[in-house]
Design a protein around this ligand. Sequence first.
Ligand code: HKS
Ligand code: ZN
Ligand code: ZN
Length: 306
Amino acid sequence: MQILILGSGAGGGVPQWNCHCHICSGIRHDEIVAKPRTQSSIAVSSNGEDWILINASPDLRQQINETPKLWPEKGVKRGTRIRSIVLTDSQIDHTTGLLTLREGLPLPVHCTDVVYEDLTTGFPLFNMLKHWHGGLQRRAIDTDHESEFFPEGAGDLTFNPVVLESNAPPYSKYRDNIVPGNNIGLKITNKVTGKVLFYAPGCMQASDLVKDMLKQADCVLFDGTLWLDDEMIANGFSERLGTQMGHMPVNGDGGAIDMLNEYDINRKVLIHINNTNPVLNENSEENAYLQSKDIELAYDGMEINL
Ligand code: HKS
Ligand code: ZN
Ligand code: ZN
């Protein structure tokens, strides 16, 4: 299995257009060592030729243009190597890129019933895109049975949804009471090698289901949004804790570092990293601490083979 990290940032990316935090202004003025990051998306492939896009970020056009493996094959007038799309939630940072794909529709889109509901009501991307060549072809992900599914182009890969605790977007009917399916992680298994990827860009709780995935996984791409639960409050950017926004902090008690290190996982990688997270500064204490804990920071263009 080949995994491409197309965008390693959280919503807003790094630097975020309106933000003057230490990381955003430091990058703009070249005063710190930190990589710019586009918004959250990955692609996976069984054979290196057919790709499944997992989450479609507002930066998708730039991400495809910077990734030769996703360029159209030679010899076709117009086309794409993206055979299907899988969504983990209905957040703007994970779905707006569907608009970017309009010239190349129809394409199959796999999502849960409640994500489909959000994307046909509060943020009606499916309705809008019907007007482009047949639009987005919806395929259901069943979280009741966690049954495996096979997105078009998956080849030797099987996908399982993993119900996660996180939150729902402001335009969702489920904003204040989430149900199973508002957020899923993905367990992706290579049938040939038996290797398992667990992808969870938004996860607030180390539930039994999450722990079970961490036991099985050879590689985990996990929610690295905030370093500290009160990071947004301490910076004066928000009145909400990370856990109130659906994201487990990276550091501290109950944080992702401690959780990940309870398991024997070959590669532990943080993804969906917010611009305010001090770990993005490559000369920071936090960055050194993460490395000392054997956890990697995803960056745009990173490739993982499993
Ligand atoms: C900033 C944002 C922070 C951010 C928050 C969340 C809350 C949200 C909601 C997130 C993300 C980035 N970049 N989605 O102000 O610094 O209110 O529903 O998912 O990507 S969580
Ligand atoms: Zn997000
Ligand atoms: Zn910032």
